[in-house]
Write a protein that binds this ligand. Structure first.
Ligand SMILES: [Ca+2]
Ligand SMILES: [Ca+2]
Ligand SMILES: [Ca+2]
Length: 688
């Protein structure tokens, strides 16, 4: 094999310079007839080509190998140099050099024949490659692979194609159209599962017309509960957005192949119980399925404004139970115009503000209401704040309607509120879960699907995100194009149990818990805190302040770690914590005595029971005489205590009586605050 000589290379430096300048300005005739000057714009490559030279070319395996051609007096080399037209040749395999031996038989290997060259912008690459491939020294010249990506299977085409064109009202469903206007349901429909096939959902509200002509084909399952005729239009409208049948009438639900189930919060016994409806929906569903909560309420601290149901502890716990089971919960954010960041519950806690230490995460996707046009503005009635994950259209939603439970037809152009926004978001969730299930056999955890909807890179922002605070409108195309595999696919391991659980700052009603981070094969997403076996909190941090405890009481705490796939670790070692005794509160009693009370009388408080050892003249309970003639005493007693007392002048015979000399029952006193002042009036003494 012929090898080049570095000395020759240096001797012909000026010749190289001349030659390279000469080729640099040689126009190449492009395939389309236009000439492209490829030597000038070398700073802006448009791509890479790979050239495999024949072994007899003899290029040294080093970057800048074209310099060797310039130094050569071989005519074939000169022709090749001309064909290269100024390109720089670099090693394709930068791990190899001229001395690397990959074969015992040869100093070089097939790999030493491969070079790569950056092609300047404007080059006719086809023409360049054609010329190189004709060269007697080139075995192959081709474009380097572009658009390299993971060789995962593409989403399978939908085996039950959605045919919306013969559903006459479909064109009015702008909320389903491509982003930025809608969530782009047709994009999802192309793929197996994108129409909701394989996924079930429960709609929790209180009335539906299940025999509506555009729903009846579903044979909708009704869980036990009472259906209210006055709410038939609402429930029918919600179902229409998601489940209107793909036929030749009415609308097309955005996830019309999903299985709809209804569960009335009007229970069979006539009570209203949304938490019960959520709880009883869970057994009807599988992991990855969805519960839609189409209810709102006012709370004692919302000043009459509607707030989402999760502000109520029973509903919160029911939602968290569902999300802990892997069920995605979508919850209407409510129509009370409330800034959820500043909403306080009856304990003064900012339970809906993610930036507050008080924040409690139910795991639900909370939905706000945006306008039905672009840019989507927050509607005046919508709840808002950092807790809102997503928004849908809050007005002008075209869907099914009904006048009563037995309606078989009816359509509306004006379904509205966070009620109309929530089924739009629900349909997006169902589509994603359906595609994941079809492709991977598993669905996303509630945490994962919420993160997909919250991702600002994938979804459509509202008009003024910083002020609107209603999250994003789902954009199924972007999410699907960027969709990761559900972590449940690869992650089958639970995190390690938390260790070093410790308590600090123990008070009569609270304790600070800390623990060491758990480890996980993928990643820990949070910790569940258990108090006497009952989960009381979820936090992404390794510390938590448990509040609302009773004084002088021993509690047992444990902590479990969880990952994005929903796996939960075993419990940490239990930690027993005894709260401190309650702080004593000063209770002042001011006693007015009868006019015939001797000026030098000693007045005592007799506290029934153990407090003063059955003594009616215990000096610790002797009152002080005030300048205005009243008597007073301050007792230090724990808050919450109730005790009974009477007054006397120090003997059983001088106990207080009624004005007629009758028995006076024990006076009850309950300590409710630290600054209580109680006025007591003695009518008469028993001996005077
Ligand atoms: Ca159709
Ligand atoms: Ca239809
Ligand atoms: Ca894991």
């Amino acid at each position: 094999m012929k090898m080049f000589n570095r000395k020759i290379l240096s001797l012909v430096l000026s010749a190289i310079l001349f030659l390279s300048l000469a080729v640099a300005f040689t126009p190449v005739q492009a395939a389309d007839g236009q000439s492209a000057n490829i030597g000038k714009a070398a700073q802006q490559p448009s791509g890479e080509i790979v050239i495999k030279f024949k072994e007899e070319t003899g290029l040294p395996y080093q970057d800048g190998a074209e310099k060797a051609l310039k130094a050569s007096r071989n005519a074939a080399h000169a022709n090749l140099l001309a064909d290269l037209n100024g390109l720089e040749l670099n090693r394709l395999f930068s791990s190899l050099n001229a001395k690397t031996q990959l074969s015992s038989n040869s100093q070089t290997s097939v790999f030493h024949q491969y070079f790569t060259a950056a092609v300047p912008k404007g080059t006719d690459v086809k023409a360049l490659l054609a010329k190189l491939n004709k060269s007697p020294l080139v075995e192959a010249a081709y474009e380097a692979p572009a658009n390299i990506s993971d060789p995962t299977l593409p989403y399978a085409p939908n085996s039950t194609p959605v045919q919306p064109d013969d559903d006459p009202l479909y064109p009015n469903q702008t909320y389903g159209q491509a982003a930025p206007l809608g969530i782009d349901a047709p994009y999802a429909w192309q793929f197996e599962g994108g129409d909701g096939k394989g996924i079930s959902y429960v709609d929790v509200e209180q009335g539906w017309a299940l025999n509506h002509e555009d729903l009846a084909a579903h044979n909708i399952l009704a869980l036990p509960g009472i259906l209210m005729p006055t709410s038939a239009s609402h429930g029918t409208a919600v179902l229409g957005v998601i489940s209107a049948v793909d036929n030749a009438i009415g609308h097309v639900g955005l996830a019309n192949k999903a299985k709809p189930i209804i569960n009335s919060w009007r229970r069979l016994d006539g009570t209203s119980n949304i938490a019960e409806a959520i709880l009883t929906s869970v057994p009807a569903l599988n992991k990855g399925d969805v519960i839609l909560i189409e209810v709102q309420s006012t709370s004692s601290t919302s000043n009459g404004a509607y707030v989402p149901m999760e502000v109520f502890p029973a509903e919160f716990d029911a939602i968290r139970y569902a999300t802990d089971q892997g069920i995605v919960v979508v919850e209407a954010g409510a129509n009370g115009s409330v800034n959820l960041d500043t909403y306080q519950d009856w304990n003064g806690k900012y339970i809906l503000n993610k930036n507050s230490a008080d924040f409690k995460d139910s795991g639900a996707i909370l939905v706000g209401a945006g306008s039905a046009d672009v840019p989507h503005e927050r509607l005046y009635f919508s709840s808002y704040g950092n807790r809102i994950d997503s928004f849908g259209f809050g007005h002008s939603v075209h869907t099914l309607s009904a006048t009563d439970l037995s309606s078989t037809t009816g359509y509306t152009t004006s379904f509205s509120g966070t009620s109309s926004a929530s089924p739009i978001v629900t349909a997006a969730v169902i589509s994603l879960q359906g595609i994941a299930k079809a492709k991977y056999g598993v669905t996303f955890s509630p945490h994962e699907v919420r993160e997909l909807l919250r991702n600002p890179a994938y979804n459509t922002a509202s008009a003024n995100p910083a002020a609107d605070q209603i999250g994003h409108l789902p954009n199924l195309k972007n999410i699907i194009d960027n969709m990761p595999a559900p972590s449940a696919l690869s992650d089958t391991e639970a995190p390690s149990a938390p260790v070093q659980l410790a308590a600090a700052n123990v008070t009569a009603s609270s304790v600070d818990l800390t623990w060491s981070s758990s480890t996980d094969n993928v990643g820990v997403t949070g910790y569940d805190i258990y108090q006497d076996g009952v989960k009381v909190a979820v936090t992404p941090n390794t510390s938590y302040t448990v509040t609302g405890l009773t004084a002088s009481t021993t509690y047992s705490f444990t902590v479990k770690a969880r990952d994005a796939a929903g796996h939960v670790s075993s419990a940490s070692a239990a930690l027993a914590v005894t709260t401190t005794a309650p702080p004593l509160q000063g209770q002042t009693f001011v006693v007015t005595v009868p006019a015939n009370t001797p000026l030098n009388a000693d007045i005592y408080m007799y506290v029934h029971g153990l407090n003063n050892s059955w003594s009616v003249n215990d000096s610790a309970y002797k009152l002080t005489k005030n300048t205005n003639g009243t008597y007073s005493i301050t007792l230090n007693v724990p808050i919450g205590t109730t005790f009974h007392f009477n007054l006397s002048r120090g003997t059983w015979g001088s106990m207080e009586t009624s004005s007629g000399g009758g028995y006076v029952g024990p006076r009850a006193h309950t300590v409710t605050s630290s600054t209580q002042l109680t006025q007591v009036s003695v009518a008469r003494w028993g001996d005077l």
